[in-house]
Ligand binder design. Structure first.
Ligand code: HEM
Length: 124
């Protein structure tokens, strides 16, 4: 049976694997590598902090996801299919490595943040 997500090292496993998929994805890579020109060496540790804050309440994340997404959305509006792909790849990655309560929380939180982000961006 697969383990649950227990700590920051486990978070690194799914974050690294998820963004590898994103970087190779026909819909998402043009946003991350093209429009946003993401510097992965900065983005990945930020995402470890983000998920550690969400799942284990460490409060280590300092960032403004809504602002970052809005900035990109202004240059290249996020479409329904981008959100659908983001959610599918995220869930697939969690299920690939982990199983349990925290793994479920990661998927639920991702879904709710994606939904709120999508609604807010669509209102702009
Ligand atoms: C269609 C779906 C999404 C796309 C295309 C997308 C794209 C991006 C991009 C390109 C950045 C980098 C911004 C930059 O460095 O300038 C970013 C940052 C970020 N994204 Fe997303 N994102 C999506 C959904 C989500 C969701 C659902 C979450 C949360 C569960 C999330 C969390 C974050 C966070 C925490 C950052 C860092 C913000 C910061 O630097 O302060 N994203 N996103």
């Amino acid at each position: 049976m697969k383990p649950d997500i227990k700590n920051r090292d486990d978070i690194k496993v799914f974050v690294d694997s998820f963004y590898l998929k994103v970087g190779e994805d026909a819909i998402l890579s043009p946003i991350f590598n093209g429009v946003a020109q993401v510097d992965w060496e900065t983005h990945l540790p930020k995402m470890y902090d983000f998920w550690e804050s969400i799942l284990f309440g460490t409060g280590s994340f300092r960032g403004r996801p809504m602002q970052a997404h809005y900035r990109i959305h202004q240059k290249y509006p996020f479409k329904e299919e981008a959100f659908a792909r983001w959610k599918a790849l995220f869930n697939m990655t969690i299920d690939e490595y982990f199983y349990g309560e925290i793994a479920n929380q990661a998927k639920t939180k991702a879904l709710s943040i994606a939904t709120v982000t999508q609604i807010k961006l669509m209102q702009q």
